[in-house]
Structure formats: structure tokens, C-alpha cells
Design a protein around this ligand. Structure first.
Ligand SMILES: *[C@@H]1O[C@H](CO)[C@@H](O)[C@H](O)[C@H]1NC(C)=O
Ligand SMILES: *[C@@H]1O[C@H](CO)[C@@H](O)[C@H](O)[C@H]1NC(C)=O
Ligand SMILES: *[C@@H]1O[C@H](CO)[C@@H](O)[C@H](O)[C@H]1NC(C)=O
Ligand SMILES: *[C@@H]1O[C@H](CO)[C@@H](O)[C@H](O)[C@H]1NC(C)=O
Ligand SMILES: *[C@@H]1O[C@H](CO)[C@@H](O)[C@H](O)[C@H]1NC(C)=O
Ligand SMILES: *[C@@H]1O[C@H](CO)[C@@H](O)[C@H](O)[C@H]1NC(C)=O
Ligand SMILES: *[C@@H]1O[C@H](CO)[C@@H](O)[C@H](O)[C@H]1NC(C)=O
Length: 498
């Protein structure tokens, strides 16, 4: 009996380990906390990515055995861990590339693989592109926009490899984690997988909708999983009093994020609700933004999990549509119809809950209070991008984009200027410029505003590139002489060719 039980226990433990991994804060316990709170590294992410030089259990035991007098934590860490390699910043190619050439030539320097792992890194079958800087691994929603760039550079095999990586992650972990690190496993990111499949499908001959149908379905089930509860909010699904089902961002853990341990610890002051809401905002990709906050200058008033976001629900609408098409291709009309119905319902709900007659704009919805939030943001462009808005609504939204969002360097992210959060004004982000001009194109293809957005954004990018030889992850689009700022880490830059 004992033997049987221990086999069972070992099997269960390995299953759990397999499903959840063990993040560095779990592995290193009080050592992790002490390293982070004593700021042994400037960036909390560095220690979370360190490679242990002996077994984690042994390191922890050594730490617990330490003699208190003359103990030096920095030296202990140096002796027992290898730091992740610092990002390459200068590339030994002497040339005066144009900004476009720069983009085409950058990819080879950003290709990585993780076919084996000796740290928090998750193993992936194929190579992939990393964003760069402190972001040394694959990221979920970033990858869609990276793929758009790879397509322009004719790297279609790499797109295909990256799509297969994400399919693998769905099969292995039941969802696509925020990034391929074990400490990212408890959350996802904006669900762009169906858009990636559509993008790759437009490049290759194979029917990818059919090939990836079970992964598409598995991702859908992940977002719609409410642990069997049919009312209220559970995990990522919210059921409203009228029966409408919509999604929210969530995280399955409510502790400080290991990669931002010091920051979260000081923001939340040990309040698990705040940790959860910070993590849910990290799942949104808009970390952080006044979209999620009650008090615009106080991050601890973050309430992400009370909010039904416009963009997330538009992406879920796309997933439902792609599933419907995929079943059409498989000649399974009844399943195709049922996903088409879900998409129709979602479309109705988006109009019903997110459209505000008062603001003439799409607004996020706080389902706990039963009202729109105050935030006016570019998330309102998603219903235009997905062709959900009526012509009349689109016209109002486009007017407001021109009046409130269009600045010298492109479109600001929200109209909030004072938060010092990175997903607010005065910052502009590339994915949102793209979604905005695509959205306008769907309704007013000849609008001069489209050219205006593209020209102003490109001018701003080129201006910084000419000055510095680099591109950056976000731009201050209001003050053309200032660098973008805000947020919890320094602005990340592209490599520079010298
Ligand atoms: C920690 O101390 C115990 C008791 O002294 C000892 O048995 C053990 O080997 C030590 N562990 C390590 C990793 O040095
Ligand atoms: C600990 O060790 C580091 C690296 O050798 C050194 O820079 C630091 O001053 C030491 N700290 C103390 C408190 O002695
Ligand atoms: C790049 O441009 C600068 C200034 O226009 C020029 O001085 C330099 O020689 C050029 N370098 C190369 C490798 O062409
Ligand atoms: C994986 O990356 C390592 C170094 O980063 C490189 O040496 C190796 O060739 C790569 N492997 C593949 C299969 O690309
Ligand atoms: C990609 O391929 C197309 C079609 O062959 C070609 O016109 C274009 O110049 C290529 N782009 C790059 C960056 O190589
Ligand atoms: C944080 O809260 C946990 C229980 O929720 C408690 O065990 C721990 O001591 C608290 N830590 C601090 C620093 O207050
Ligand atoms: C918002 O937060 C700031 C900074 O913590 C504080 O000074 C201010 O009083 C708060 N405003 C409101 C309306 O609570």
C-alpha cells in the first residue's frame, strides 16, 4: 500500500510540476525574497532569469545553513548563480542603413532557441524572435506584430516555427503563457493565436485553420473556463445578470510577480487583491495603464479584474469566427454554426456593453459597478479593426481619434497624461498605431487621417533613429524632443549597428 501511495504521490507531483513548473520564488523561497528586497540586481527580472550553478534545493540548503556573521548575499549569489547574458547593444556592421534596411537586418540578431533549459526558461521546439533588451524570451502578443514584420522581410519559415511553438505551448500547458518562462505560466496575454493562424494561412498553401483546429479550441476553452460556475465571475469568464458571457483578464496566482518582485511588493503592501489585479493587468499587455486604475496616480488602486476590456472581447470574437470557419473547412456544419452563433452573440454584447452614447465611443465596462469606466483609450479601435462597429459608431470613434488622440508623433494610447504609466499619454505604441489605421481603413478607406497617422508615426520613428541609430519600444508622441518614459523598467531599445 505504502509503495502504491508513494508511486501515486510521485506521479501526481511530477504531473503538477509538469503542468505548473516551479517558478523561482517557489524554488528559492526566502532566498528569493531576500535577493529581491535587498536589490542585489537593479532589475527584479535578472534574478528570476539566473542560471543556478548547482541544484536549487542544494542552494537553498546552503543558504539556510549560512552563518549570520560576515555573510555577504551578493557574494553568495555570485557563487551559486550565473547571470543571464546581457543584451548585445552594438552590432559590428559598419553601414548607414535606412530605417527599413535596419529592420530587415535586425532579425538574425534576435533569433533564439530554448530546446533545453537550465533555468526558468520553458523549452520550445523551434527557434523564435525575442523582443530584445530585458525581454530575452518569446512573448505572446508581441509575436503577432513581430510576425507582421517577418512577413515583410520574407522570413515565412520563422513565422511558421513560431506558430508551431505557440501550438506546442497550448498542447502542453493548455494555454499560451505570457512568455516562455515558468513564472509566466499562471497567465496568458491578449489572445492573438487565431490572428497568427490567419496570417500564416495567407502565406502558405496548407489549410492551417484545419491543421490547428484543436489548439484553437483548446485556447478558446482556456479563456471560457469558469470552473463550472454558471453565474458571476470566475477566472477569465464573467456571466452578467442578463446571461451575457464576456471575458476579463486574470491570473491564477495572487503573489508578487517574480520578475517584478520588488516593485509589486512595494505597490501592494502585502494585499493579495492588489497582486492579483497587477498580474491581470500584465495579462492584458497594457501594464500599466489608467485603463485599470481608479486613482490615476496611484497604481495600488488597480482593479483590472472588475473590468471587461473591449480589446480582449474583440479578440475572442475573432477566435470564435476563425473556429467557425475552421469547422466549415472540415465540413462540420453544426459546429461551424454554433461558433458563428457565439460570434454573433459576442458582437451584440460588445455593442451593448461597450458602446457609450454619452461619450460616442467604445468604453471598457466595470461589471461590478455596472457602468463604463472613465478611461478613453485606443482599445476603442478594436471594434473597428474587427468590423464590429456600425458605420455610425465608427464615424464617431474616428472623429474622436482625430480630435483627442492625434498628436505630432502619432496617436497617444489614452488621454491620461499624468499617470507616468507607460500605456498612457504621452506615449504611443506601434501595435496601436497599426490597429488604428487598419480600423479606419475598414470604414473610411480614403480618409486622409490614415496617411496622417502613418506619416506622423514614421516621422517620429525616423527622427529618433537618425539621432540615435536605434528604434525604441514606445515613443513620446506629444513632446517630439523627449524620450518616452513611465512604467516599471527603463524604455527598451533595439540594437544599434555601428
Ligand atoms: C546543512 O547543514 C546540515 C546540518 O549541519 C548538514 O547535514 C547539511 O549537509 C548542510 N547542507 C549543505 C548543502 O551544506
Ligand atoms: C558584498 O560583496 C560585494 C561583492 O564582493 C561587495 O561589493 C560588497 O561591498 C559586500 N557587502 C558588504 C556589506 O560587505
Ligand atoms: C555613414 O554616413 C556618414 C555621414 O553621412 C559618413 O561620414 C560615413 O562615411 C558613412 N559610413 C559608411 C560606412 O558609409
Ligand atoms: C541555439 O542557440 C545557441 C546559442 O544561443 C546556438 O549556438 C545554437 O546553434 C542554436 N541552435 C539552433 C538549433 O538554432
Ligand atoms: C521579399 O520577396 C518579395 C517577392 O519575391 C520581393 O519583392 C521583396 O523584395 C523581398 N523583400 C525582402 C526584404 O527581401
Ligand atoms: C503577508 O501576508 C501573509 C499572509 O497573507 C503573512 O503570512 C505574511 O507575514 C505577511 N507579510 C508581511 C511582510 O506583512
Ligand atoms: C490619488 O493618489 C495620490 C497619490 O497617492 C493621492 O495624493 C491623492 O490624494 C489620490 N486622489 C484621490 C482622489 O484619492
Amino acid at each position: 500500500m505504502l509503495f502504491l501511495y508513494s508511486i501515486l504521490a510521485v506521479t501526481l507531483a511530477s504531473l503538477l510540476l509538469n503542468v505548473h513548473g516551479q517558478s523561482p520564488d517557489e524554488l528559492y523561497q526566502e532566498l528569493f525574497v531576500d535577493v529581491q528586497l535587498n536589490r542585489i540586481f537593479k532589475d527584479s527580472k535578472t534574478f528570476s532569469d539566473c542560471i543556478p550553478l548547482r541544484s536549487p534545493q542544494q542552494i537553498l540548503e546552503l543558504y539556510r545553513n549560512r552563518t549570520v556573521t560576515n555573510f555577504n548575499l551578493t557574494e553568495f549569489v555570485q557563487k551559486n548563480f550565473q547571470e543571464p547574458p546581457p543584451p548585445i547593444e552594438l552590432l559590428p556592421e559598419h553601414a548607414n542603413w535606412t530605417i527599413v534596411e535596419h529592420c530587415h537586418r535586425l532579425w538574425p540578431y534576435l533569433i533564439r532557441n530554448s530546446t533545453t533549459s537550465d533555468s526558468s526558461l520553458l523549452v520550445l521546439p523551434n527557434s523564435f524572435i525575442i523582443p530584445g533588451g530585458r525581454f530575452r524570451e518569446s512573448y505572446y502578443w508581441d509575436a503577432y506584430f513581430i510576425m507582421l514584420g517577418l512577413k515583410q522581410s520574407n522570413y515565412s519559415q520563422l513565422i511558421s516555427n513560431m506558430v508551431e511553438n505557440f501550438a506546442y505551448l497550448i498542447r502542453k500547458y493548455n494555454h499560451i503563457p505570457n512568455g516562455n518562462r515558468d513564472y509566466y505560466l499562471s497567465r496568458s496575454q491578449p489572445p492573438f493565436f487565431s490572428l497568427m493562424i490567419e496570417l500564416l494561412d495567407s502565406i502558405v498553401d496548407e489549410d492551417l485553420l484545419v491543421k490547428y483546429i484543436s489548439e484553437l479550441e483548446q485556447e478558446y476553452a482556456f479563456w471560457m473556463n469558469n470552473n463550472g460556475l454558471t453565474t458571476g465571475a470566475n477566472r477569465r469568464l464573467v456571466q452578467l445578470p442578463d446571461g451575457t458571457k464576456l471575458n476579463r483578464y486574470y491570473d491564477d496566482i495572487s503573489r508578487p510577480r517574480p520578475e517584478s518582485y520588488y516593485e509589486d511588493y512595494h505597490t501592494a503592501n502585502n494585499d493579495t487583491e492588489i497582486y492579483l489585479n497587477i498580474r491581470a493587468a500584465a495579462e492584458s499587455g497594457w501594464d500599466f495603464s489608467t485603463r485599470w486604475m481608479i486613482n490615476e496616480t496611484d497604481l495600488s488602486t488597480i482593479i483590472t479584474t472588475q473590468i471587461l476590456p473591449i480589446d480582449l472581447n474583440c479578440l475572442m470574437f475573432n477566435l470564435e469566427q476563425v473556429l467557425s470557419q475552421a469547422y466549415q473547412h472540415k465540413h462540420d456544419q453544426s459546429k461551424s454554426d454554433s461558433y458563428a452563433q457565439l460570434a454573433d452573440k459576442r458582437k451584440e454584447a460588445i455593442i451593448k456593453y461597450f458602446w457609450s452614447d454619452k461619450e460616442n465611443f467604445f468604453m471598457d465596462y466595470n461589471f461590478v459597478q455596472g457602468t463604463h469606466t472613465r478611461s478613453i483609450s485606443l482599445a476603442a479601435m478594436f471594434p473597428l479593426w474587427m468590423k464590429i462597429a456600425t458605420n455610425q459608431q465608427a464615424k464617431h470613434v474616428i472623429d474622436k481619434i482625430e480630435q483627442l488622440f492625434l498628436k505630432d508623433g502619432g496617436l497617444i494610447t489614452t488621454v491620461s497624461e499624468n499617470s507616468h504609466q507607460q500605456w498612457d499619454a504621452p506615449n504611443g505604441w506601434a501595435p496601436l498605431q497599426y490597429i488604428s489605421y487598419k480600423g479606419i481603413q475598414n470604414y473610411e478607406p480614403t480618409s486622409p487621417l490614415i496617411k496622417e497617422i502613418i506619416n506622423r508615426w514614421m516621422k517620429r520613428n525616423e527622427q529618433v533613429f537618425e539621432k540615435s541609430g536605434k528604434m525604441v519600444e514606445k515613443y513620446d508622441v506629444v513632446n517630439m524632443n523627449l524620450d518616452a518614459g513611465g512604467g516599471e523598467y527603463p524604455t527598451q531599445v533595439s540594437l544599434k549597428f555601428i
